[in-house]
Structure formats: C-alpha cells, structure tokens
Design a protein around this ligand. Structure first.
Ligand code: NAD
Ligand code: UDP
Length: 344
C-alpha cells in the first residue's frame, strides 16, 4: 500500500501502532529507593500495611536491614540491595525516590558520591519511570532554599544557596534532581511529584546520624552533654515522621498537582529551645556543651505549608514534645538502656 512507503513520521494517527495498554496488576507496585533508611522504612511500613506491593531498594550506606527486618516475611514486600547510581530494570507503577544520604555528617563524608547519587541516581530512576510509565516522586528538601532570605519559605521562593560550599553536594544535588524531574515531565509528559521535606525526626534515625534531634536524644539518654553548635540561636522546624509519610503519600496519590509541596511542621525552635525541651522530656539533669558551628549552616528555617493544606488537605498533627516522647523508647532499646537504668 501507499502508506507502507511513507516515512514513520508521516503516519497518521489511525495508522500508528497502538500503544499497548499497561497491564494493570491487582496491587499497586511501588518502588521505594532508600527504603531501608529512616524515612524510607516508615514509608515501606505504611505502603505494605495498606496492601501495595512494595519493592525496597537500598545500598545500605546509611540505611540498615534492622529498619525493615520486620517486613521481610510479608508476601507484599521485597528487598533489593542496589546502588541507584547504576541503572536497574523493574516493573512498577509508582516510584518514591528517597535514596540519598540526608544528614550533613553523612552527605559530606563522600560529597562526590552524594551529588552523583542525587543526579545520576535520579536520572536512572526517572528513566525507569519513563519505561514503566510509572508516577515518580522525588524527595527533595528544604535545603533547596539554602540560607533563606524569605521567611517562612513558600514554594515560590528560589532560595539562597552557596553553589561551591561544603553543603552544595546535597543542596545543589537536590536542586539538580528537581530540575531533571521537571525536564522529564516537560519533555516526555511523565507524571511527576516533588516534595520538599523539612527537618524530620522519629524512631529509627541512625544513632550515628549526627542530626540534631537524634544527637540530643541519645546524648540526654546517655547522660552526656547536649552539643549546641554555634550560638544555638539558629532555628529549625521539626516534623514527626508519621506526619511526613502522610504528606508524601497524599502528594503521590493526588491526580492533579505536581508540586513542589513543602512538607514540614511550621513550629519553629532555636537549637537552645530544642535542647531545653529535650532536657525537660528526656533528662532533667542534662547539661549543655557549646561547639563550633559547621560552615554555611542556615540561620533559620520554617515552612509555609498553605499549598499542601489548601490543595491536599494535609497538615502535621504531632507537636514536638509528643514526638520526642515517641522516639525515646526506640532510642533506649537501641542504646541498650534498660527502663529505670538510664542516666535520665
Ligand atoms: P537516611 O540516610 O536514613 O536514608 C537514606 C537511604 O538512602 C539510606 O537507607 C541509604 O542507605 C540509601 N542510599 C543512599 N545512597 C544510596 C544509593 N546511592 N543507592 C541506594 N540507596 C542509597 O535519610 P532519611 O532521613 O531517611 O532521608 C530520606 C530522603 O528524604 C532523602 O532523599 C533526604 O534527602 C530526604 N529528606 C530527609 C529529611 C529529614 O529530615 N529526614 C529532610 C529533607 C529531605
Ligand atoms: N546542631 C546542633 N547540635 C548538634 C547537631 C546539629 O546544634 O549536635 C545544629 C546545626 O548546627 C543546625 C541544626 O542543629 O543549625 C540542625 O542540624 P541538622 O544536622 O539536624 O540538620 P540541617 O542542618 O540539615 O537542618
């Protein structure tokens, strides 16, 4: 026929081979990269409990098998040891892309690997999402706002980030990951979602994590002084992990809005106020120790969450004091502190 002589690009809509419908599995197949980490393991718990088929992928750089050990015998949970810097072939419907060290101590340990994880890792996972026609969610960070000149931070704010500093491997890595995510969306029409996570804490944070809440809680439990960096007047807004998971799932499952969405708790505290609260809740005898601050430490941070509230009906529920209490038992167990024997 005449049509067979035409070039592919000249085929009319009717003549084009039909795009094969994506086979629908009974279960939603969800990939969670970084699934053995602090946030990832809580997300796996949530998705497994609601009946999704969850594939947890992790290279165990900062994550741990202990975090997901209780899921290993579930029929709807699989674990793959893999590094996202290398491509992988899987069949999935949704991808939560979390793989990336998140604590400054960990991401500065091997900064080149950190930015490779953010850029190449995200590119690989977006490529996988494209092949599977899966919806892709990137776990970005409040660090994209850098040391913010706008306060509180809305999603429209472009940030104030040092491109060549010690935190850049993480901050700029995440900014590049957001950029890639939007470019895959614009060029290929992919379904993407962006969450900007503000400081989150809770059970299963690594004991050597180095982040402020886990430091203070384990120091207080061990009867060691709480290490306050700099003048302790810098602020952060702390979100309990269950609130984050609720928000991330809302962002992923909503059919209209790409984001970015700030997901955080707007309660803002100086590090001195946080130390006072840990002292009150965990160990009234705790002492403070002043330590030199790290480079480029943002002086304040607080999310404006109007967008997530208005478009998704999401807001955090757990206040700081209650969240701290909820993580104490887990930290006691892992620090081998028996009830009644802590220095508290
Ligand atoms: P985490 O360090 O506990 O978890 C990160 C997980 O990713 C770990 O299990 C680690 O082993 C894995 N990982 C790292 N590099 C990898 C690689 N190359 N290949 C495969 N796996 C790799 O940190 P988290 O707090 O659970 O953070 C999870 C995500 O949330 C990160 O993307 C982080 O940037 C983002 N985030 C977290 C916070 C927070 O306060 N917890 C704030 C902002 C953003
Ligand atoms: N910080 C502190 N003592 C610690 C660890 C951190 O005072 O033992 C401070 C740190 O200087 C920063 C804030 O706590 O101002 C939050 O640091 P974290 O590493 O938890 O997260 P991020 O800097 O990424 O927000």
């Amino acid at each position: 026929t005449n049509t067979s002589k035409r070039k592919g690009s000249e085929l009319t809509g009717d003549e084009r081979p039909a795009v094969k419908a994506k086979p629908r599995s009974e279960k939603n197949r969800v990939l969670v990269t970084g699934g053995a980490g602090f946030v990832g393991s809580h997300l796996c718990d949530y998705l497994v409990a609601r009946g999704d088929h969850v594939i947890c992928l992790d290279n165990f750089f900062t994550g741990s098998k202990d975090n997901i050990a209780h899921l290993l015998d579930k029929e709807n949970f699989e674990l793959i040891r893999h590094d996202v810097v290398e491509p992988i072939l899987l069949e999935v419907d949704q991808i939560y892309h979390l793989a990336c060290p998140a604590s400054p101590v960990h991401y500065k340990y091997n900064p080149i690997k950190t930015i490779k994880t953010s850029f190449i890792g995200t590119m690989n996972m977006l490529g996988l999402a494209k092949r599977c026609r899966a919806r892709f969610l990137i776990s970005s960070t409040s660090e994209v706002y850098g040391d913010p000149l706008q306060h509180p931070q809305t999603e429209e704010y472009w940030g104030n980030v040092n491109p060549i500093g010690e935190r850049s491997c993480y901050d700029e890595g995440k900014r590049a990951a957001e950029c890639l995510t939007m470019d895959y969306h614009r060029e290929h029409g992919q379904e993407v979602r962006i969450v900007r996570i503000f400081n989150t804490y809770g059970p299963r944070m690594a004991l050597d994590d180095g982040r402020v809440v886990s430091n203070f809680v384990s120091q207080a439990l061990k009867g060691e002084p709480l290490t306050l960096f700099g003048d302790g007047k810098q602020t952060r807004s702390f979100q309990y992990v269950s609130d984050l998971i609720e928000g991330m799932v809302r962002v992923m499952d909503n059919d209209e809005h790409i984001g970015p969405f700030n997901i955080g708790n707007p309660g803002e505290f100086t590090m001195i106020e946080l130390a006072e609260m840990v002292k009150k809740v965990v160990n009234p005898n705790a002492e403070f120790m002043w330590v030199e601050n790290t480079a480029d430490d943002p002086s304040r941070r607080r999310p404006n969450i109007t967008k997530a509230k208005t478009l998704l009906g999401w807001e955090p529920k757990i206040p700081l004091q209650e969240g701290l209490l909820r993580m104490v038992d887990d930290f006691k167990k892992r620090l081998h502190i028996e009830e009644g024997t802590s220095k508290a």
